[in-house]
Design a protein around this ligand. Structure first.
Ligand code: ZN
Ligand code: ZN
Length: 276
């Protein structure tokens, strides 16, 4: 490995934050833009039956979402830079040699880290829906009632901070190859964009599939933004299933959006409930 500068030095630390910000914000912007153009520009008329939100993309909402997403990206960049310093000082279990642990550990560590992230986020998210906490931490994210790919990182800085700490904490205790860590961060961005797309991209009956039923998608998370009291998960549905917080409307809405022939009362399913 090439010799790296001491990132705890203020100059290098600042430079590292700038580089990480460009990577995190660039990745968010690129993935959101690809989904936006594929589904709302090129495929504008192709996915109308799979659309979950009723309203077209609101320009004011778009600017607000991009603004908050860049703030979140900056917070993620600071967390990334701090993690790099911790790694340089020997406080993390990040490793670079794939042979340091058995190869099977690469996918296993990814799954374990995602399960830790899921558990942390589900309970954090439940807590953020307590009325007093909601107003301070989580309202910014829910200002997007009809979400879009740009909603993916649209969080209040305090919520962004709480989200940013879990991965650095995980790798202080759990060995993770650096590429597995970067892969999880990319999955996180993709999954957030897909979940806020407001167009169901998964195939028919995916919600009943052996693996698909455990994955959150646009329908699942769209119901969270419209009903508030259900579907708190991040990547997976298991906590919502175990704690019985999965929306009772989920299966019917998923069926409706992925099955052209089935008619379900759209307005009833999409009705906004309990807005705060
Ligand atoms: Zn929420
Ligand atoms: Zn959301």
């Amino acid at each position: 490995m090439p010799k790296l500068p001491d990132f705890s030095h203020p100059l290098f630390f600042t430079l590292l934050i700038i580089v990480m910000f460009l990577v995190v914000a660039g990745r968010y912007f690129l993935i959101a833009a690809i989904f936006h153009f594929s589904f709302f520009v090129i495929g504008k008329n192709k996915f109308t039956n799979r659309r979950l939100g009723k309203k077209p993309l609101d320009k004011k909402q778009f600017y607000s979402e991009v603004k908050w997403s860049f703030v979140t990206s900056l917070l993620f960049a600071v967390a990334g830079a701090l993690t790099t310093v911790l790694w340089q000082k020997g406080y993390t279990k990040i490793y670079f040699d794939v042979n340091q642990y058995p190869l099977w550990y690469l996918p296993v560590s990814l799954v374990i880290s995602m399960l830790i992230h899921e558990t942390y986020y589900y309970w954090l998210h439940r807590w953020m829906h307590k009325p007093k906490v909601f107003k301070i931490l989580h309202k910014v994210h829910h200002d997007s009632n009809t979400t879009s790919p740009w909603t993916a990182f649209s969080f209040h800085p305090l919520e962004g901070l709480l989200q940013a700490i879990i991965l650095p904490l995980t790798i202080m205790f759990m060995p993770m190859h650096v590429y597995v860590l970067l892969f999880q961060l990319t999955i996180m961005t993709f999954s957030s964009v897909i979940n806020h797309l407001e167009i169901e991209v998964y195939p028919k009956n995916f919600h009943k599939h052996l693996l698909g039923k455990w994955m959150i998608g646009a329908t699942h998370h769209s119901l969270h933004h419209k009903q508030f009291k259900y579907n708190f998960g991040l990547y997976f549905t298991f906590w919502d299933k175990v704690k019985r917080t999965e929306s009772p409307k989920f299966e019917a809405l998923f069926d409706e959006k992925t099955n052209r022939n089935k008619s379900v009362k759209k307005e009833e399913v999409l009705e906004t409930e309990g807005s705060k």
